[in-house]
Design a protein around this ligand. Structure first.
Ligand SMILES: [Ca+2]
Length: 201
């Protein structure tokens, strides 16, 4: 566990609640209780106002926009942007469950806004396909390509759709990534997939 302190109230870092495949939250202790290390944030401070917009609830960051930045053990840190990325195998997880789990850890489902970031995330997945990331399509969007957005509110200016995707085959409003293709498909957000990638800014 690595924390990046910022101004404001402390965010609970004593434990992570990880959403299990059965929908229950598991208390997962970690080794940070003896005093977490301080990461060398490139700019010396966490970005204020790094809020998670939308979503079904506010969650991991407090309303003031201040929170300790938490990068869990095992996350890979990108040299490009300093963000941590964690592939979380979680067989049977739906997109909404993955979204909540990532926020609970203090991050968000990965938002992929460049080829480099896409490649970095793919590099974490091994041979795993159908892994949730933080793209979604609000109800009422023009199908299949309209309205796609990131959970963070970052501009949706980059995509890595597989040719022929998104296709709204069924009723597909969330993005999953295929390591075997380094590409994305849209998928029904209630489908039970093998895991997700969380990103920690
Ligand atoms: Ca991102």
């Amino acid at each position: 566990m690595i924390t990046r302190p910022s101004s404001g109230a402390a965010y609970g870092i004593g434990a992570l609640f990880v959403l299990a495949a059965n929908g229950c939250s598991l208390l997962v202790s970690h080794d940070g209780l003896t005093g977490p290390a301080i990461a060398d944030a490139p700019d010396g401070e966490a970005p204020d106002g790094a809020t998670l917009d939308g979503g079904t609830d506010s969650g991991s960051l407090d309303s003031s926009g201040s929170a300790d930045r938490v990068i869990p053990d095992g996350a890979a840190v990108s040299a490009e942007n300093g963000h941590g990325y964690l592939f979380v195998p979680s067989p049977g997880v739906t997109w909404s469950q993955a979204d909540v789990a990532a926020r609970t850890m203090g991050g968000h489902l990965a938002t992929i806004t460049s080829n480099a970031e896409n490649a970095f995330v793919v590099g974490l997945l091994g041979a795993n396909d159908r892994i949730w990331i933080g793209g979604r399509q609000p109800a009422g969007s023009i199908e299949p390509a309209g309205g796609w957005q990131w959970v963070t509110g970052e501009p949706f200016n980059f995509d890595a759709w597989e040719p022929g995707q998104p296709d709204n085959y069924g009723d597909e409003h969330a993005i999953m990534i295929f390591a075997s293709e380094a590409k994305w498909h849209d998928d029904e957000d209630t489908n039970e997939n093998p895991g997700y990638v969380a990103e920690f800014e």
